[in-house]
Ligand binder design. Structure first.
Ligand code: NAP
Length: 528
């Protein structure tokens, strides 16, 4: 008899809801969390300016209607401290901490085919057995740590955005370097520029950033609270698991040029990631994409006073939205400040970090602080960081040529092991909260189904899995996504196989497929 019915790994948004759901259903469930507190990504990523790029109204749980009514977001896009307070509040409200083992990193999972149990191994060597394991380990939770020669010899302070100290870091009067201009870098840069003596940004690939138009949430929240169930239902059936101010989504080819630009204007003025839904086929039609890309380039030229600097900040080498777009609050304007310098690494790559600063070519710039905002080993990183075995094979080995899953939920040969927002599900292409809730509820329903039938084992049929792997790859190939060297493709991790990791078909389509599979007696899964 296993120690537990279910072990959940991770106490972020996904793990907390999974614990709550299974506890309500009467499963003996325990959560293991590597950190000392709930929150997952929102616990660790407390760098200056950290903020969600999905609107607060959407980036919140829908499973608890009372919580929906009682919680009051203050801003259109919540900052990290507010999101962390929310997660803590949920943990307290549902008394979740009593079933969470903090400061306990899982390093191994071993499935015993004879007993049908998983042995879960912690960093300290403790072993716990369980019938089911649910990895709620996050999509962007294992940092990419690019090698910078000499970093260890730097005599100043070094901070990684994903592991920012919890105590206040005083950057006033300091010469600060930031390496990386993805979402984390961009938010950090914008937040610290007014504070530091001098900021030098080391940019390799310029991002496309759209304005957030963030501000107090105002009456919008009260209005949505009156119709939250219907509102959520629309989000659940949308492309991205969140909705745009107006739901109209035209095909580019149906629009006259002036009308197409008017759509871009509307989205730009509204702000946020909905810009990439200006046209239904923005990420499929090269012409549509180029028009949107050129639109953003023109906006950068408007915002940055020095034309040569504006050009360096202008992305040209990849389609817009093929790398995750950034949502900014005054990012480009930062470069109009006298205390900010941009170093274009395409012109002068970093040769090494020296004890006093950063050397590019023959130039050495001196710094008091280096901030690294260099990204994550996305989607598969956290799973591959655990030694997952089924007696014969390791999951990392099986996934050497890219993840192999059925619906992004399970992998053949690894029974009773689920992933929430795993690779080959919409996950990072969606509002994570919508996708997390869908997976938690889908997995919970399946466990109830197994229990009701007196069954205790489930795994994908290899043919169904192969089919899904093909669908994920084939649909990605219909888009412009593979044209960018992005973390969606695993391109930011040396040696990682380049395959498109999430499912591009959208949250609503994915839900239809997932619901259909469940209704058809879990078609494509072997239940035993
Ligand atoms: P990221 O988007 O992968 O950006 C990493 C940055 O570091 C890129 O500019 C990259 O340049 C650069 N870089 C990496 N290795 C380098 C090297 N050796 N030398 C120089 N530059 C290097 O990572 P992120 O900013 O942490 O964001 C990851 C994802 O997390 C986001 O896309 C988003 O999904 C999520 N996120 C969301 C928010 C939000 O909600 N607002 C905030 C932060 C993060 P290249 O592009 O040339 O590789």
């Amino acid at each position: 008899m296993a120690d537990h019915d279910v072990v959940v790994i991770g106490a972020g948004f996904a793990g907390l809801y999974q614990l709550h759901a299974l506890r309500e259903l009467g499963f003996d469930t325990v959560v293991f969390e590597a950190g000392p507190e709930v929150g997952g990504t929102w616990y660790w990523n407390r760098y200056p300016g950290a903020r969600c790029d999905i609107e607060s109204i959407e980036y919140s749980y829908s499973f608890d209607p009372e919580l929906e009514q009682e919680w009051n977001w203050t801003e259109r896009y919540a900052a990290q401290p507010e999101i962390l307070s929310y997660i803590r509040h949920v943990a307290d409200r549902h008394d979740l901490r009593r079933d969470i083992r903090f400061d306990t990193r899982i390093t191994g999972l071993d499935f015993d085919r004879d007993t049908g149990e998983w042995t879960v191994v912690t960093e300290t060597g403790e072993r716990v057995t369980t019938r089911f394991v649910i990895a709620a380990t996050g999509c962007l939770s294992v940092p990419a740590k690019p090698r910078f020669d000499g970093l260890a010899d730097f005599t100043g302070e070094v901070y990684w955005t994903w592991d920012w100290p919890s105590e206040k870091v005083d950057l006033r009067g300091k010469r600060v370097a930031v390496i990386g201009t993805g979402s984390s870098g961009l938010q950090t840069i914008t937040a610290i520029a007014p504070e530091v003596e001098h900021l030098t940004v080391f940019q390799r690939t310029p991002p496309y950033a759209v304005p957030a138009h963030n501000g107090p949430i105002g009456p919008a929240l009260a209005e949505v609270k009156q119709r939250y169930p219907e509102y959520r239902e629309v989000s659940r059936n949308s492309i991205g698991g969140a909705q745009c101010a107006d739901l109209e989504l035209p095909f580019f080819a149906d629009l006259e040029p002036r009308a197409a630009t008017a759509y871009l204007d509307r989205r730009w003025d509204h702000g946020g990631l909905c810009f990439q839904q200006s046209f239904y086929d923005l990420i499929q039609d090269p012409q549509a994409n180029e028009l949107a890309a050129e639109y953003v380039r023109a906006r950068i030229r408007e915002k940055v006073k020095d034309p040569a600097l504006a050009e360096k900040l202008t992305p040209r080498s990849y389609p817009i939205a093929a790398k995750r777009m950034c949502v900014d609050t005054g990012y480009y304007e930062v470069y109009n400040r006298d205390n900010v310098t941009l170093v274009d690494l395409l012109e002068e790559p970093i040769s090494r970090i020296t004890p006093r600063g950063i050397r590019t070519g023959d130039t050495e710039r001196e710094f008091d602080v280096i901030v690294l905002a260099t990204g994550f080993d996305a989607m598969t990183g956290a799973l591959n960081a655990i030694d997952i075995r089924n007696g014969e094979q390791s999951l990392a080995r099986r996934w050497a040529d890219g993840p192999r899953t059925y619906l992004g939920l399970m992998s053949a040969g690894f029974p009773n092991l689920f992933t929430i927002t795993g690779p080959q599900s919409p996950a990072v292409l969606s509002n994570m909260l919508t996708s997390i809730e869908y997976h938690v509820e889908w997995i919970s329903d399946l466990l109830v189904h197994l229990r009701a039938k007196g069954l205790n084992r489930v795994e994908p049929d290899p043919a169904a899995e192969q089919n899904w792997v093909d669908i994920v790859a084939d649909t990605a190939d219909l888009t412009l996504f593979p044209q960018a060297a992005s973390w969606y493709m695993g391109a930011n991790i040396p040696g990682k196989r380049r395959v498109f990791l999430p499912f591009v078909g959208g949250v609503g389509v994915y839900k239809q497929i997932g619901d259909g599979v469940a209704i058809a007696d879990y078609h494509g899964f072997e239940l035993a």
